[in-house]
Design a protein around this ligand. Structure first.
Ligand SMILES: [Zn+2]
Length: 154
């Protein structure tokens, strides 16, 4: 990660009060993320930096998470990254992109790509939705690796 962004957990406690924990890896702290996304975990990657892992088996052709971030046009992406070093930009069409750099809104951005390694991608993007492959699920405890393909804006 090139930049650390931290924010207050957006969840409320069982008593109804705002959670006081801070989070650098999502909108919710670990206690609440586990509750809401018990199928996912962010930890050190086998590929690069932090990675996204399954905690239980996810069946084929199922949604894993949504890639959240700031919506930008291609021109806005180019203006923001004149050196083409956007690390967290995903474009679903030629002109519709999403930059997750300045947000901690979602964990999908922690999914690395298998490109350049001897591993295989086991996930894909359908628009901004991170999904398992059409014909293959992901076992529990595996790192989620996704092809950013031509959708990745750099
Ligand atoms: Zn919390």
């Amino acid at each position: 990660m090139s930049q650390r962004v931290s924010q207050r957990c957006t969840a409320t406690t069982n008593a109804g009060a705002p959670c006081k924990n801070r989070t650098a890896r999502g909108t919710k702290c670990w206690v609440h993320l586990r509750r809401d996304a018990p199928h996912l975990r962010v930890k050190r990657s086998g590929v690069h930096g932090l990675g996204l892992y399954t905690t239980k088996r996810i069946k084929k052709n199922k949604k894993i998470a949504v890639y959240k971030g700031q919506n930008l046009s291609r021109a806005q992406v180019n203006a923001r990254y004149p050196n083409r070093d956007a690390k967290y930009v995903l474009c679903k069409t030629k002109n519709k992109c999403r930059d997750a750099r300045k947000t901690t809104a979602g964990v999908a951005r922690f999914a690395n790509t298998a490109r350049g390694t001897n591993k295989r991608n086991n996930a894909r993007f359908a628009g901004y939705t991170l999904k398992t492959q059409k014909n293959r699920g992901i076992p529990a405890g595996k790192e989620i690796l996704v092809s950013y393909g031509r959708l990745y804006a750099v």
